[in-house]
Design a protein around this ligand. Structure first.
Ligand SMILES: NC(=O)C1=CN([C@@H]2O[C@H](COP(=O)(O)OP(=O)(O)OC[C@H]3O[C@@H](n4cnc5c(N)ncnc54)[C@H](O)[C@@H]3O)[C@@H](O)[C@H]2O)[C@H](O)CC1
Ligand SMILES: [K+]
Length: 204
């Protein structure tokens, strides 16, 4: 997937920023089909330190523009964000909470989005703050809330479908992935943690 994405960007047919915008818009369109009654309300978006988090910033901006009350929780310093994610962080016109210093609270809003890690997860999620916020997302999902994972549930290995050894991981009722499903969506713990899987095209 990463190779396909890089080849498309290197060929000049598309930019990473355009892919990120399409990915974010695809998630928003997807959740409307999964929960059609959910037209507006309050959303919590957990945004990690990479481009998965960048997708989360796009989702936050689009929901906010559609009248949603949005709480963005970031993990990692904005200065360390990759370029496309940083661009979308800078476009946010809403307050952002630093997940490392803001104690997690039980979420009783309408929509929780896990945009913490995607295909760039390289090691178990062991950071206590990240684990606590993901636990809130998982509890919200278990209570029947509209919980979405962007690309892949954070903590799940995209190739094997297993939760990384000792990693925090959160279930979602809907996982929205891009271009093609990954083996991890279907293997091992994948189905339990992904819930319904939507595959959206982003023009690759
Ligand atoms: N494939 C596509 O067409 C598109 C994919 N998009 C999104 O981009 C992510 C992949 O982004 P990437 O930056 O490569 O990876 P992540 O965002 O998953 O995170 C990488 C980031 O996190 C650090 N890290 C890894 N493991 C840990 C850990 N256990 N604890 C703390 N930090 C960790 C790592 O060092 C990196 O800094 C993909 O999933 C899609 O959502 C594009 O946006 C759209 C097109
Ligand atoms: K994710």
């Amino acid at each position: 997937m990463r190779a396909v994405e890089m080849a498309a960007i290197d060929s000049g047919t598309v930019t990473g920023l355009a892919l990120m915008e399409r990915a974010g818009a695809g998630v928003v369109a997807s959740f409307h089909t999964n929960w059609p009654a959910l037209r507006s309300g309050s959303a919590r978006i957990l945004c990690g330190p990479g481009n998965n988090g960048g997708d989360g910033f796009v989702i936050a901006r689009l929901l906010h523009a559609n009248g949603w009350q949005v709480q963005v929780v970031t993990f990692g310093h904005p200065d360390q964000l990759p370029q496309d994610a940083r661009h979308n962080f800078n476009r946010l016109a809403m307050p952002v909470a630093d997940g490392a210093t803001t104690p997690p609270t039980q979420f009783d809003g309408d929509l929780s989005v896990d945009a913490m890690f995607g295909t760039g997860l390289t090691r178990p999620i062991s950071d206590p703050a990240m684990a606590s916020w993901l636990h809130c997302h998982d509890r919200f999902c278990a209570a029947g809330g509209a919980a979405i994972a962007v690309d892949i549930p954070s903590g799940l290995d995209a190739d094997s479908g297993r939760v990384l050894q000792g990693s925090a991981c959160a279930r979602s009722g809907l996982t929205v992935t891009f271009h093609r499903a990954k083996p991890g969506h279907y293997l091992a713990d994948g189905p339990e943690f992904c819930g319904t899987l939507h595959i959206v095209g982003i023009g690759l």
